[in-house]
Design a protein around this ligand. Structure first.
Ligand code: AMP
Length: 185
């Protein structure tokens, strides 16, 4: 199964991704996790990316596209992958399409986890990550609205988008996801 997981910061993507991986075993490709690991290891890319991350801004497309292009070629992606936090811009989605078309491995589905914005701010402010300061949260929500949400139309037009209601308990939300994925698995 090859899937993309889209949702605003604070929608609960990380938690649902964990459940999903336990059940369906795709390779987990979280660009946020990769960037935090690169930052902690103080690599050149990690330090550069951190300038953007700490402000809540998106890291430039080319940095992310290079990271994903390399990661998608790893052996564990052959049996499927979950893209978590990528793509986040139309340019990234187009680059991804090009990579997957070249490999003959198109996406099966794009899941959108939908949560109202008022709820997101409350959730994020309670989380305590370095980029969960109010100013950075506002920037991240704004980035989602302006740069990432156009992907919903992009994948909708391709017939790949399925929207999941992201309100409820973790188990309720995962049940909704399973119902959708069991049909295509
Ligand atoms: P996340 O853990 O997915 O919320 O990502 C944390 C931060 O990493 C984001 O706020 C961005 O600064 C950066 N980031 C992660 N994925 C991407 C991406 N696909 N494009 C640009 N920036 C990203």
């Amino acid at each position: 199964m090859r899937l993309v997981f889209i949702g605003p910061p604070g929608a609960g993507k990380g938690t649902q991704a964990e459940y999903l991986i336990k059940k369906y075993h795709p390779a987990h490709l979280s660009t946020g996790d990769m960037l935090r690991a690169a930052r902690d290891a103080q690599t050149e890319v990690g330090l550069k990316a951190n300038e953007y991350m700490s402000r809540g801004e998106l890291v430039p497309d080319q940095i992310i596209i290079d990271i994903i292009a390399e990661r998608l070629n790893a052996d564990d992606c052959a049996q499927g992958f979950l893209l978590d936090g990528f793509p986040r811009t139309i340019a990234q989605a187009e680059a991804l399409d090009e990579m997957l078309t070249k490999n003959g491995t198109p996406l099966d589905i794009v899941l959108e986890l939908k949560v109202p914005e008022e709820e997101l701010f409350t959730r994020l402010a309670g989380r305590g990550r370095a980029d969960d300061k109010p100013e950075a949260i506002r920037t991240r929500l704004e980035g989602y609205r302006t740069q990432t949400s156009p992907l919903l139309d992009y994948y909708g037009t391709k017939g790949l988008l399925v929207t999941i209601d992201g309100l409820g308990t973790v188990e309720e939300i995962f049940d909704r996801i399973q119902t959708v994925l069991d049909k295509i698995a």
